[in-house]
Ligand binder design. Structure first.
Ligand SMILES: Cc1ncc(COP(=O)(O)O)c(C=O)c1O
Length: 287
């Protein structure tokens, strides 16, 4: 029976109860994080907590739990859910709490709802070996995509579009610019240079994206945070998506047309290997 954390208590998942007045349910008024756990260790916890704290500030939420508390709670969930070995994830969601429905903020003493859970996770190595297909999809999102809000309807529709087309991911296109995936960031290789949409309010600042940019610099791969466009897609030498549960995933087909050679490219492979070296730095097994 999985153990979760909800508003100050650890309990079996089945016993957790939320108010129907919770503003996460009523308005999508909250933020979330997904953090990777490898052999009991949180991966890049500091970066996730920094993004969380920015998101909380942006939507003006101030939970009782500090960032240090959240890390402690995550560690306890790793232990209580036997995630000391192998792969897992911690899911966290913080909402503005339960209060009578008003669009404006509830009374100041309303407790934020803080929920964390832990789960085992299977790494999609089979997909990585062959590479995956993606489709493009109009970016119908708002102009604060940098906030990791639980308001995910555009992402839900986009990902379902991918599922309907039997592919791994949808890639948002805003105007003509290639932005990011429904739940991933994306990178292309053009003329030997790694390109990705610049950090801005129009994409989520992915933790994996940041790590991959850092790794590219370490490996001497030319990298630029500069947009590329739909018209560039036929010229792409490589393309891949990144995310906490996706790592570096080679994309071999976009909208039914092959990317480069139609197989995972060499820069993509090197970056995955470098990311894996960090993920599994302490325990080489479990890959
Ligand atoms: C829209 C979007 N972009 C990118 C990402 C990847 O971010 P991270 O690498 O932090 O998982 C996510 C993750 O959920 C996302 O939802």
């Amino acid at each position: 029976m999985p153990i979760i954390y909800l508003n100050g208590s650890f309990m079996p998942r089945e016993e957790a109860k939320l108010s129907i007045d919770d503003r996460g349910f009523i308005f999508g008024d909250g933020v979330y994080e997904v953090t990777r756990v490898v052999n009991g260790e949180l991966f890049e916890s500091g970066r996730h907590l920094t993004r969380l704290s920015r998101g909380l500030a942006d939507i003006r939420l101030d939970p009782v739990e500090s960032l240090a508390d959240i890390e402690d709670i995550s560690r306890r969930l790793i232990a209580d859910n036997a995630l000391g070995e192998g792969e897992g994830t911690i899911y966290l969601q913080i909402t503005r709490g339960a209060a009578p429905r008003t669009h404006h903020f509830p009374p100041a003493d309303t407790r934020c709802t803080v929920f964390l859970s832990a789960a085992k996770f299977t790494v999609p190595h089979d997909k990585r070996a062959t590479g995956v297909s993606v489709v493009t999809y109009p970016d119908i999102r708002w102009s604060r995509c940098d906030i990791k809000t639980v308001n995910l309807i555009p992402a839900v529709l986009a990902k379902q579009f991918a599922v309907d087309h039997g592919v791994f991911e949808s890639i948002f296109v805003r105007g003509s610019a290639v932005m990011e995936g429904s739940h991933t960031n994306c990178f292309g290789v053009l003329d030997g240079e790694l390109r990705t949409y610049p950090s801005s309010n129009y994409i989520l600042g992915g933790v994996t994206r940041d790590v991959v940019i850092e790794l590219a610099k370490e490996l001497g791969v030319p990298v630029a945070e500069r947009a590329f466009h739909v018209a560039d897609i036929p010229r792409l030498e490589e393309f891949f998506v990144t995310g906490t549960t996706t790592d570096v995933m080679p994309v071999v087909e976009i909208d039914g047309k092959p990317v480069g050679s139609g197989t995972p490219g060499p820069i993509t492979r090197r970056l995955y290997e470098a990311l894996a070296a960090r993920l599994y730095a302490r325990v080489p097994a479990g890959r």
